[in-house]
Design a binder for this molecule. Structure first.
Ligand code: SAH
Length: 362
């Protein structure tokens, strides 16, 4: 066996400045190198571009460290609004998706947190092949760096709504948040970061204890445990009551507004009665707090394997109005990049399938 392949390489781009200092010291470099190295790594520089580091140190890094910056495997640009959908290839050949969206208030990147997902939501393309692995903190930052490099524009907002369940990759996601927020790194404010979860209540409570002012989004999608469990298996572990209790605790600690995501599926969860029940559920849970209640409505993106269909615009409008009438703020999400937006996870699946077919033929 090749000895080199048995030695684990160090993922230095996942290290925070203090840890990089220790790394430099242990490897005979002065502490100030750590600051240089951190800025290089958090700007996506290649080893060749780190020319102010001594050549011997660069050779040492090349041999002992893992470089995880994703490369652009495929890129679809919307003819309608310029939204860019990326399929990024990771250092081990796996792929994830990110979406670059331009808004008046700045550019937003929607990033993936895992390769695949094990949460099993019935309407979601990302979970069909299960979870392959967690993304490293450096690969979470890497999606932003690669998108910035490719577009030549800065990303000012991040949403963790791509492939994967961020709270199922808790440690790496937390480290990622600290890396991107660092003033010597991308320096993106916590308030400009949203994290979306299918409802891992324990993770929400853990995150509350960190007390970071990020925005939490909860994928709710149904108002009874029976219906929610049928759509989202995670609900069997953390039923609605427990999930909402965790949300209230999160709000009480952070005082950050929580937004609830509700994907409308024709004939499954889209009646006006369900809109009223949703308003009652949220108002009840947050009674006695000052939390503003906000629901984002999304008409389901049709995924062939799931067989669910989209309600029409009028149906979504009626659902939103019923919520508003009950004092719950609701918006029907505008779809950016409708022409490239194969529902999240579909571009990766398409590529996997095409590859599979090619390999089968060969
Ligand atoms: N795992 C996290 C984040 C990834 S999914 C979560 O569950 O929140 C991001 C959002 O897209 C979630 O609200 C998810 O429920 C929703 N979603 C997944 N598949 C969808 C589809 N086919 N149509 C509409 N929304 C979908």
């Amino acid at each position: 066996m090749n000895l080199a392949s048995t030695v684990e390489k160090i993922d230095i781009a996942s290290l925070l400045p203090g840890e990089l200092e220790a790394f430099c010291r242990e490897n005979g470099q002065p502490a100030y190198r750590a600051a240089q190295l951190f800025s290089f790594l958090q700007s996506g520089a290649s080893l060749e571009e780190m020319s102010s580091l001594p050549k011997s140190f660069r050779a040492f890094l090349a041999e002992n460290c893992l470089f995880t910056l994703p490369s652009v495997e495929e890129k679809l640009v919307s003819a309608i609004d310029g939204t860019v959908k990326y399929l990024f290839r990771l250092h081990d050949g796996e792929c994830v998706e990110s979406v670059f969206m331009r808004y008046k208030h700045g550019n937003t990147l929607c990033i993936s947190s895992q390769v695949g997902c094990r949460m099993g939501c019935a309407f979601c393309a990302s979970t069909i092949g299960g979870k392959i692995r967690d993304l490293l903190p450096s690969e979470l930052v890497g999606q932003i760096l690669a998108a910035q490099r490719d577009t030549g524009e800065k990303v000012s907002n991040i949403v963790m709504m791509g492939i994967g369940e961020p709270l199922d990759n808790y440690e790496n996601v937390l480290r990622f948040l600290k890396l991107v927020n660092h003033e010597k790194g991308l320096h993106i404010g916590y308030r400009h970061i949203s994290l979306s979860t299918c409802g891992l209540a324990e993770g929400i409570l853990r995150l509350a204890r960190e007390n970071l002012p990020i925005t939490l989004s909860i994928s709710l999608h149904a108002v009874t445990d029976e219906k929610r469990s049928a759509l989202m298996p995670v609900n069997r572990r953390y039923p609605i009551k427990e999930l909402l209790a965790a949300c209230v605790a999160y709000y009480k600690t952070t005082e950050r507004r929580i937004s609830f995501e509700y994907t409308l599926i024709a004939g499954k969860n889209d009646t006006v009665e369900e809109a009223r029940a949703l308003a009652a559920l949220l108002k009840n849970a947050f009674r006695g707090t000052k939390a503003p209640l906000h629901v984002n409505l999304i008409r389901v993106n049709e995924v062939k394997e799931s067989g669910f269909s989209r309600p029409d615009k009028e149906g979504a409008r009626r659902f939103a109005e019923a919520l508003l009438a009950e004092g719950v703020n609701a918006t029907v999400r505008r779809r950016l990049g409708a022409d490239v937006n194969a529902a999240c996870g579909q571009l990766r699946r398409k590529t996997l399938k095409e590859k599979g077919q090619k390999e089968n033929k060969e």
